[in-house]
Design a protein around this ligand. Structure first.
Ligand code: AMP
Length: 400
């Protein structure tokens, strides 16, 4: 069933609790990259412009001791938000108590307030009590009491049951998805629940063990599953091929065999690789077909594989991509990932979805992100969503 979204709500004069994902990289109080704050702006602006009082909650990093707190205050993020919105934003250096409650009481329609890092609640009086990340029922109830409605726009934490997402939602009569969350549900949720066909999944990255749940689930739904990246060579080993010094998970070779048996011709493996003498951009390297020679490790897919993958992809109506085709961080082994990314950008009849984590970094670094339909903002959350799991943060959003 479709989920309630922020545009379904009457926001005028309401205290709107909003779970956003402001988990930005931060060092010595300086924000490294504010993409996540920028991504949250549409929902925040919408609430404010529709007369809601936006009360923002987010976690920032991990807090296990009192010493972790000062470096992970939400204050600099609130300041950045104020700059981006070009209007004042109230920052409250507390996650509960009179200071917070009074600041909320003083809000006018359209105002924006940011409270302190929700994970400050994980450490109380020096003790690691995990009130936020353990979903303490009292904390969710308390936060819920501060607002009239709840909007969850933090997809990145949707796979976790925390007080600031599931806890609040279970104490509210209405929880709606923000625009970011709505997009993730539409594209990633849509791909696993009701995919268009032909549906091609491209799964790469380092390890079979990280992606096994996704491979398993998508083999049931997709018409083809293309494998690339380091995990290719565990499949090569399972086929009895030589892998040289390539990455391999010995304890997953049997599993790779099972997957191949189940998949039949649905599974598409690279036929050639770029191999190098060392894990080094400047190491001597060359393209080989099939077996990886002794003394070499495979660090990218080769040009024949790129051509074969393109051939499989060209008629697709839906493509989900998770994990790079090679060591894209090094220029000599980035070609496979770049070629596939560029090609996806030319598929004008297909919905093209990048499923978070390293693949998101890859398409951004390679400059192809704006040609694709949807780039997920979640890492762990998108993997679990692609595995077909129910994400507690999404389950807690009201149905329309
Ligand atoms: P993941 O987080 O599982 O998506 O894996 C991403 C990482 O896999 C990137 O840092 C890549 O450099 C790495 N990777 C991709 N292909 C290979 C390969 N053939 N050998 C070693 N590492 C690889």
């Amino acid at each position: 069933m479709a989920k309630l979204t922020v545009s379904d709500l009457d926001l005028q004069g309401k205290k709107v609790l909003m779970r956003v994902d402001f988990n930005v990289p931060i060092k010595d109080g300086v924000i490294g990259n504010d993409n996540r704050v920028v991504a949250a702006l549409p929902t925040i602006k919408y609430v404010s412009e529709h007369g809601g009082k936006a009360i923002l909650l987010s976690h920032l990093g991990r807090i296990k001791t009192e010493d972790d707190k000062p470096g992970l205050s939400m204050r600099p993020v609130a300041e950045r938000l104020s700059n981006l919105l070009n209007k004042p934003v109230t920052f409250v250096p507390a996650t509960e108590g009179t200071q917070l409650e009074e600041a909320i009481d003083k809000m006018q329609d359209g105002d924006v307030l940011v409270m302190e890092n929700t994970r400050y609640e994980d450490v109380k009086d020096g003790e690691y009590v995990k009130r936020e990340s353990g979903n303490d029922p009292e904390l969710g109830k308390y936060w819920a009491s501060l607002g009239d409605v709840f909007v969850n726009d933090a997809f990145g934490t949707a796979h976790r049951s925390h007080a600031s997402n599931v806890g609040i939602a279970s104490n509210m009569s209405q929880t709606a998805a923000g625009f970011l969350m709505e997009k993730e549900i539409k594209f990633i949720g849509g791909a696993v629940s009701n995919p268009a066909h032909p549906f091609v999944a491209i799964l790469g990255g380092a390890k079979v063990s990280d992606k096994i749940g996704v491979i398993d689930n998508l083999l049931d739904k997709a018409d083809k599953v293309i494998i690339g990246g380091g995990m290719t060579y565990t499949f090569y080993a399972a086929k009895g091929m030589k892998i040289g010094n390539s990455l391999v998970e010995e304890d997953k070779i049997d599993l790779a065999k099972e997957i191949m048996d189940k998949a039949g011709d649905k599974l598409v493996l690279p036929v050639d690789s770029v191999v190098a003498e060392k894990f080094d951009n400047d190491a001597p390297h060359k393209v080989v077909e099939g077996d990886i020679p002794d003394g070499y490790m495979a660090l990218d897919i080769g040009p024949k594989s790129v051509a074969e993958f393109k051939d499989v992809l060209k008629t697709a109506k839906l493509v989900v991509w998770n994990g790079p085709m090679g060591v894209f961080e090094m220029s000599n082994y980035a070609e496979g990932t770049l070629e596939i990314g560029k090609f996806l950008g030319t598929l004008s009849d297909a919905t093209t979805i990048v499923g978070g984590g390293d693949s998101t970094a890859a398409v951004q670094q390679l400059g192809v992100a704006d040609k694709l339909t949807h780039i997920s903002t979640g890492g762990g959350a998108s993997l679990e969503y692609l595995e077909g799991k129910t994400l507690p943060g999404i389950a807690a959003i009201s149905d329309k």
